[in-house]
Design a protein around this ligand. Structure first.
Ligand code: ASP
Ligand code: MG
Length: 422
């Protein structure tokens, strides 16, 4: 069995859904588990429904728009599938029922019950279209298989439960090839309440299923022909990373590369399951391979940019040295406020960090101010260059104010002021 994952952009409309069938037609003999995200920007639209619901505001127009869009696509791609029409209709009725009653009091729990429906709808449509075009398949409710804890919106998977849930809920096929269509992003608690795995979590779902079923590979189908060494809008010309190791890919996603959801790689690495990133537009393009053969790594300079960073510098008021005691106090505050440190550096008197510029970070600056002298720069970006060489760095920093710089043998990192100088 192989896992194929189709993201929201790949199934954003009827043409996208039809394209899934075209991709499958290239793999006529393969047993496939197909993980699908919510269509286009449906997850964002559903989030708006949640915010309106918890505020006690009107949700009808937004729900109606989602309903119209999904039914329009279903009618185009599988007009004769009454079962799918009924299932989709039932799901919208269920949603309306939820929205008509009071909130549970836990916003995150409400969020998961509502936002998860995007994936239910998209998979009903994709499954119906595949059935209508000769790709007979079984629609699987991922919530039956992916058991999680009850950390709503950021649920943790119960890995040890997978064997049992798979045995219980996966169909036994009497036909070949085996085809299963299921949802990314969603799971459920032991007592059957829907959970989600964090935004963009469908890649991770693909890895969970591959891990559970000891699959041969995972392919993420994207609108780009693989993983590149940089964002082409910022660093043209870019190059395809045709092969990288799990370790390298984990490093890249840690530094902020957004191609693959960061949690996706660990389960694959544990079982040595390769991950392919390929184009759903150009099916003959080779794409990128991520596996455990680090000797094949494409070690060209790769650029990862994190925009909207704050560079904060923290100094004890009495000019005492920055030592372990203050550092542990400072770290606890960062942890307590859930502010992730993207880069850190210390000198005798100052401890400097780069963090995302968001309300939590701003709040933390206030709190640190009670004990420390805190200075900060906003409007910064954090640029990480893996496998750098000197000419690359010179070019990168030309005309930029370098606020902080850090290098290891493989990685150079810069906090740059976004505005050019001189
Ligand atoms: N639909 C979810 C989201 O947009 C999950 C995903 O697309 O991976 O975050
Ligand atoms: Mg998405």
């Amino acid at each position: 069995m192989k896992v194929f994952k189709f993201g929201g952009a790949s199934v954003k409309d009827a043409a996208g859904v039809r394209n899934v069938a075209k991709v499958l037609a290239h793999f006529p003999d393969d047993d496939l588990l197909i993980v699908v995200s919510a269509m286009g920007k449906s997850t964002n639209a559903l989030e708006e429904v949640v915010w309106a619901y918890v505020e006690g505001n009107e949700t009808k127009p937004q729900v109606e728009a989602l309903r119209t869009m999904h039914f329009a696509v279903l009618n185009e791609v599988a007009p004769a599938d009454d079962a799918a029409v009924n299932a989709l209709d039932q799901s919208f009725r269920d949603l309306q029922r939820v929205l008509a009653i009071r909130t549970s009091g836990d916003v995150d729990e409400d969020y998961d019950q509502i936002v998860s429906l995007g994936e239910v709808w998209s998979t009903l449509i994709v499954s119906a279209h595949l059935n209508a075009t000769g790709h007979a398949n079984h629609w699987l409710d991922a919530r039956k298989v992916v058991r999680t804890d009850d950390r709503f919106r950021d649920a943790r998977v119960q890995w040890e439960a997978l064997e049992g849930t798979c045995a219980e809920h996966l169909p036994s096929f009497d036909r070949s090839p085996k085809r299963i269509v299921t949802q990314g992003f969603i799971g459920s608690t032991d007592d059957g309440r829907t959970t989600t795995l964090g935004r963009e979590g469908s890649d991770f779902s693909a890895a969970i299923f591959a891990y559970a079923l000891d699959c041969e590979s995972v392919t993420i189908w994207k609108d780009v022909p693989g993983m590149f060494n940089a964002d082409p809008k910022r660093f043209p010309p870019t190059k395809l990373l045709s092969h990288i190791s799990y370790r390298e890919a984990i490093e890249l996603s840690y530094f902020g590369a957004s191609v693959i959801h960061p949690r996706t790689l660990q389960p694959l690495q544990k079982k040595g399951i390769p991950l392919y990133v390929r184009s759903f537009i150009d099916l003959d393009a080779p794409g990128s391979t991520i596996d455990d053969r680090s000797e094949n790594d494409s070690l060209i300079p790769s650029f990862i940019v994190k925009p909207r960073q704050l560079l904060i510098s923290i100094t004890p008021r009495d000019l005492s040295f920055i030592v372990e005691e203050n550092l542990s106090g400072i770290f606890s505050l960062f942890a307590a406020r859930n502010v992730r440190i993207d880069l850190m550096q210390n000198s005798a008197l100052a401890f400097s960090v780069a963090v995302d510029d968001n309300p939590r970070s701003r709040q933390l600056i206030e709190e640190l101010g009670a004990e420390y002298e805190v200075r900060y720069n906003d409007g910064c970006e954090l640029v990480t260059v893996r496998h750098y060489d000197e000419p690359t760095l010179t070019k990168l920093t030309a005309g930029k104010e370098v606020m902080l710089e850090q290098r290891s043998r493989t990685t150079a990192r810069f906090v740059l002021k976004a505005a050019a100088v001189g």
